[in-house]
Design a protein around this ligand. Sequence first.
Ligand code: NAP
Length: 242
Amino acid sequence: MTEQPCILIAGAAGQVGVELQRSFAGFGKIVAVDLETVDLANADQTRALVRRVSPTLSSRCRLHSRRSRRVPARPGHAINATAPRILAEEALRLDALLVHYSTDYVSTAKAAALVETDEPGPLNVYGESKLAGEQAIQQVGGRFLIFRTSWVYGPHGNNFLLTMLRLARERDRLSIVDDQFGSPTTSIELARATRAVTEGVLGGQFGTPQEWSGLYHMTCADSTTWFGFAKAIFAGRKSVSS
Ligand SMILES: NC(=O)c1ccc[n+]([C@@H]2O[C@H](COP(=O)([O-])OP(=O)(O)OC[C@H]3O[C@@H](n4cnc5c(N)ncnc54)[C@H](OP(=O)(O)O)[C@@H]3O)[C@@H](O)[C@H]2O)c1
């Protein structure tokens, strides 16, 4: 009998972590951990966790949020840059697959859609630390998938959709910026696509790890502005101005 995969999900209480637990149901044994169980900013704790769980598949959803852009030091560095290196090293040791999420904040905005081969140009401290995390995983190597995503929203956690719905209960009129473009991506679709790709790579559909290990953009289709996103959320129910 083949042993079932063990999936370690860090940042499990976050919006993507919750959906990953749903989407990977039935795929294997899930070990879901959050800040209460392990502080990913603590290298020893992170190593000890991976060694204890010994996963075949590890998914990391923790971020240090974009709120950090106003902080001059590098508060998110331990979580966004150092933790991915440690997880990649541990994954390599176990020959496990590491799935890691990054962000469009690692890229300079441009008129056309962002592609994986664009030169990175982090937009802020958050983008710098997430780029360092991507590079650390790539340097360590092994079996890994880095998914850059954007504007994640869904039924849980802090996100634009839930913020708009809350503000709509508190205010008659909302004013939203109309000059930044992005691809809103539901946490549900992100988790579903993550499972589909993971099943594909583990099932040998995409060739060898040397062929599929790498960095990919993973978002829902199309793009809009925050204003366009807000208009879609309210669809005629609320007065929204840019
Ligand atoms: N949200 C977006 O729009 C967006 C866009 C692009 C990329 N991403 C990437 O997608 C991934 C998932 O994002 P998300 O929106 O699901 O994040 P999230 O909702 O903020 O979830 C992060 C989770 O990690 C936990 N956590 C915080 N500090 C930790 C620590 N030191 N050690 C261990 N766990 C800790 C948090 O717990 P607490 O709640 O207790 O802090 C929370 O449960 C991230 O890697 C992020 O960079 C997100």
